[in-house]
Design a protein around this ligand. Structure first.
Ligand code: HEC
Length: 111
């Protein structure tokens, strides 16, 4: 979570907040972050710490958001990338609400 998902989503959301990637380097960074998120979703899935249906559903939200971000970054589509912000945020929140009840919602948001 801390080493991979958190920095990747932070980087991606920050880029979106700034109006999208500005040059090839930033698009490449966006693609890396998006892939890291999609792959983290797959990793969380195989971790099967909680093999309930909800856990599987929640990992899928993250995989889907990461995949959508990757597609947008590949197409250099700033608008499509910005559209991923909401589902990405929701994927974190949805899972944390269910599986991190001791932390959520004191820290608020998706963190
Ligand atoms: C499929 C479930 C799931 C998804 C999706 C998910 N998380 Fe988490 N997250 C957890 C769980 C469970 C913990 C509690 C710590 C642990 O067991 O790894 C956690 C802990 C964290 C922590 C605290 C670090 C720690 O070790 O206590 C951060 C920060 C975090 N998540 C960020 C995110 C962000 C940002 C996203 C979305 C981009 C996200 N998470 C998506 C399940 C999820």
């Amino acid at each position: 979570m801390l080493d991979l998902i958190y920095p990747a989503s932070n980087d991606l959301l920050l880029t979106i907040f700034r109006g999208g990637p500005k040059d090839e380097g930033e698009w490449a960074a966006a693609r890396r972050s998006a892939l890291a998120l999609a792959e983290s979703g797959n990793l969380l899935l195989t971790r099967s710490r909680s093999p309930q249906a909800d856990w599987i559903e929640d990992t899928k939200l993250l995989v889907d958001a990461g995949a959508a971000a990757y597609k947008a970054a590949q197409a250099r589509d700033t608008k499509a990338l910005a559209d991923v912000r909401e589902p990405l945020d929701r994927s974190c929140t949805t899972c944390h609400r269910q599986f991190r009840p001791n932390v959520f919602p004191q820290q608020g948001g998706s963190k």
